[in-house]
Design a protein around this ligand. Structure first.
Ligand code: SF4
Length: 167
């Protein structure tokens, strides 16, 4: 087992093949009341167009965006990164610790489960429930990214929290 396996985002969509690149989802209730996974990114095909051999093809039997294969070359890593960057809800993520890949992803907590500090060490961006950590939330603030990132919503340090509005 590699050190990339020590954290698994609880929001990782279960259809993803094992490995650092993955998509997110959430559990909702099906028509019969049973819990059911729903992917956060589905249908439009933009990520699949960027990484057609890494993501599951969309057709009548599959509307979910998820990785069926992990990148094996630098070209494929770039394809995965491009797919991540076209997703409008940041539902494709990198859970690995390769600093070159994290740099290509702008060291951004919206895409990376680990980011680099100024001293170059890696810190986790998500807590055990899949919300941004306080450090990662502040880093996202620095980047002037949309602070309604889904991972921030409901987080104690997020924009909709009492703590945030009272401080
Ligand atoms: S890229 Fe955006 S619009 Fe397209 S399927 Fe994913 S979330 Fe939906």
């Amino acid at each position: 087992m590699s050190d990339q396996d020590d954290f698994v985002n609880p929001r990782r969509f279960p259809k993803n093949v094992e490995g650092p690149f993955y998509t997110t989802g959430c559990i909702s209730k099906s028509d019969n009341g049973d819990p059911e996974w729903c992917g956060d990114c589905l249908w439009c095909g933009a990520p699949e167009a960027e990484a057609p051999t890494l993501l599951a093809p969309l057709d009548d039997s599959n509307l979910d965006t998820y990785f069926v294969r992990q990148p094996e070359s630098s070209e494929e890593v770039d394809q995965a990164i491009n797919a991540m960057k076209v997703c409008c809800v940041d539902a494709l993520r990198y859970g690995g610790r390769d600093k070159k890949i994290i740099s290509k992803l702008d060291n951004d907590p919206a895409w990376c489960d680990y980011v680099m500090t100024e001293k170059g060490s890696l810190v986790r961006t998500l807590d055990d429930e899949g919300h941004l950590t306080k450090y990662a939330f502040e880093k996202a603030n620095e980047y002037h990214r949309n602070l309604t990132l889904k991972f921030a919503m409901g987080h104690p340090d997020g924009p909709d929290s009492e703590r945030s509005s009272n401080s």
